[in-house]
Design a protein around this ligand. Structure first.
Ligand code: GTP
Ligand code: MG
Length: 319
């Protein structure tokens, strides 16, 4: 393991926005490095400035194309942008993310843009704690905006939404059925709806379906706007940025921003704690203690709840 001095140096270089240092730190996160404790202690005071925007939606709906277009729009405002493409379902970096990288070559020579894809590599706790830490790295490296692209698959979609200040849900024409199916889920997480591929038939119908759905749900407070886009032609992207700005202003005014960030910090702490407990649990698996307890339960001298209590106590006191 590297010495503290190395971590200090890495953090200092990342803070100056050096891409290689940023990349190294995110790799430490992917590998669940024991150095993360030190890294996060150093980074946390530097973070908290970035605005985090999530993009989610079914495979192929145009998330990467839209991310790309949003990067361009924010760069025109001279903002530094971080992009994190996460695949919560797969432990491997699959073809889709590889494809993203190629498309992201557009920004390869731009020092104001950091792009990184991340897979969970199957480690315990998956992306629940890894994604917020990667966002923190980008934030501390001076990104004004962090865009998080994730493939929308059920629960993962909801989890990723909790990482962002604002969440964009993308749909495309002809997805009526899946909109119905995902109804409750997407209404819950969408701050801005984007109907992408508006150059295709049925876009108006999709906008109407969404509008009806929102009207039926009669949300209190923020009512998610619906923005048609043609991401491949950059059409409607400026409108998306405007709606995101409106949403940010509303969150600041209503106190929602503070509430979301508080909830996010809670989730991250919980994920780290649960992961630590699971790891200790794993250590105990081949452990004598569990064997002893199993015998006690079998011979009737201890009930399984009391045995589990004893096990949990053992986990928390063994520091
Ligand atoms: N006609 C049309 N095609 C689009 C539009 N936006 C994206 N596409 C195309 O749709 C395909 C998928 O786009 P991506 O941006 O890769 O979609 P994605 O949601 O990131 O896909 P995954 O990461 O695989 O889930 C590509 O071939 C894009 O060129 C659009 O507005 N109109
Ligand atoms: Mg993509």
């Amino acid at each position: 393991m590297a010495r503290t001095a190395d971590v200090d140096d890495l953090v200092a270089r990342a803070r100056k926005g050096e891409p290689r240092a940023v990349a190294r730190l995110i790799t430490l996160i992917e590998n669940a490095s024991p150095q993360l404790r030190e890294v996060m202690a150093a980074l946390n005071p530097l973070a908290g400035r970035a605005r985090v925007i999530g993009l989610t939606g079914s495979p192929g709906v145009g998330k990467s194309t839209s991310t790309n277009a949003l990067v361009r729009a924010f760069r025109r405002q001279d903002l530094r942008v971080g992009v994190l493409a996460v695949d919560p379902s797969s432990p491997f970096t699959g073809g889709a993310l590889l494809g993203d990288r190629v498309r992201m070559q557009d920004h390869a020579s731009d020092a104001g843009v950091f792009i990184r894809s991340m897979a969970s590599r199957g480690h315990l706790g998956g992306l629940a704690w890894a994604a917020p830490q990667a966002i923190r790295v980008l934030d501390a490296a001076g990104c004004d905006v962090v865009l998080v692209e994730t493939v929308g698959v059920g629960q993962a979609e909801v989890e990723i939404a909790s990482l962002a200040d604002s969440t964009i849900v993308l749909v495309s024409p002809g997805m009526g059925d899946s909109i119905q199916a995902a109804k409750a889920g997407i209404l819950e997480i969408a701050d801005v709806f984007v109907v992408n591929k508006a150059d295709r038939d049925g876009a108006q119908q999709t906008v109407r379906d969404l509008r009806n759905m929102i009207a039926l749900a009669a949300p209190e407070g923020w009512k998610p706007p619906i923005v048609p886009t043609v991401a491949v032609k950059d059409e409607g992207v400026a409108d998306v940025v405007r709606k995101l700005d409106d949403h940010l202003a509303w969150m600041e005014e209503s106190g929602e921003l503070g509430r979301r960030r508080h909830a996010r910090a809670r989730d991250e702490i919980e994920a780290i704690a649960v992961t630590a407990l699971r790891e200790r649990m794993g250590d105990l698996h081949g452990h004598q203690r569990l064997d002893v307890l199993a015998e006690k339960v079998l011979d009737g001298s201890c009930d399984p709840y009391a045995a589990a209590d004893e096990l949990v106590e053992g986990l928390t006191e063994s520091g």
